[in-house]
Design a protein around this ligand. Structure first.
Ligand SMILES: *Cc1c(COP(=O)(O)O)cnc(C)c1O
Length: 231
């Protein structure tokens, strides 16, 4: 049931990503990684993602992810944490996730540093930016973000591979575009100015706004509803 629907929606999503790339002269739509956000959906959604050839799934709640992770066995998928991560969940999160998109405070970054050190490993993260300025959103304000990225990049066991943002829920294209553009500009400044910042991923765009995000330079889009339907 999940697979049939996903194969249809995936074809549509891929076409829309390609068209967005074309509009701005981006030559390689394959360079946009699709993170299939499976939060709120049971294990068969993850299995369908794998069967449809997707490689990355996104979860936003540690406890829900853990339940699926334990049931799943090795699906051969990369798991990404896309939601707000509480510090007391870092221990549980680290063994599951290949990439944490949502580092939104120095204290969280330091906790990841500490727990990664204990395990003798490095953890790859993105720094979350609140580029819309909404009070309800997690992430660093654009004005202070490059200082924060600088500090987080100094941690030994944390690799900063880019930035993530969430746009406001709105249909106003100008508002969405501005949010993504500010994040992209910050990404470029970090790439130029911070030696340890590895400018690989710009995670922006959800079901409501992913085409605009791709036009503004996203390298990762996080799609739930567009792929699996309403939660
Ligand atoms: C739920 C969620 C998504 C996916 O949202 P859709 O609108 O269903 O595509 C993406 N990113 C984050 C951080 C989320 O929590």
């Amino acid at each position: 049931m999940y697979l049939e629907r996903l194969e249809r929606s995936l074809a549509d999503v891929r076409r829309r990503i390609s068209e967005a790339c074309e509009r701005v002269g981006r030559s390689d739509p394959e360079a946009v990684t699709l993170v299939a956000v499976t939060k709120g959906h049971p294990l068969p959604a993850l299995e369908a993602a794998r069967d449809a050839g997707l490689e990355v799934i996104g979860e936003s709640r540690v406890q829900e992810a853990e339940e699926k992770f334990e049931m799943a066995g090795d699906l051969g998928l990369d798991w990404h944490m896309v939601g707000h991560l509480q510090r007391n969940k870092v221990k549980t999160a680290l063994p599951m996730f290949e990439l944490i998109h949502s580092v939104d405070s120095r204290r969280l970054a330091r906790e990841i540093e500490k727990e990664s050190g204990k395990r003798g490993r490095e953890t790859s993260v993105l720094v979350q930016v609140n580029a819309s300025g909404e009070a309800s959103k997690y992430g660093f304000a654009v004005e202070s973000a490059s200082d924060e990225v600088h500090e987080i990049c100094a941690l030994e066991n944390v690799r900063v591979l880019g930035l993530m943002t969430m746009a406001p829920y709105t249909d106003e294209e100008a508002v969405l575009r501005k949010t993504f553009r500010r994040t992209r500009e910050l990404f470029d400044r970090c790439a130029d100015g911070i030696a340890r910042f590895e400018a690989r991923h710009l995670s922006m765009g959800m079901t409501n706004d992913f085409e605009i995000a791709v036009e503004e330079g996203a390298t990762m889009v996080r799609l739930g509803t567009a792929l699996f339907g309403e939660r």
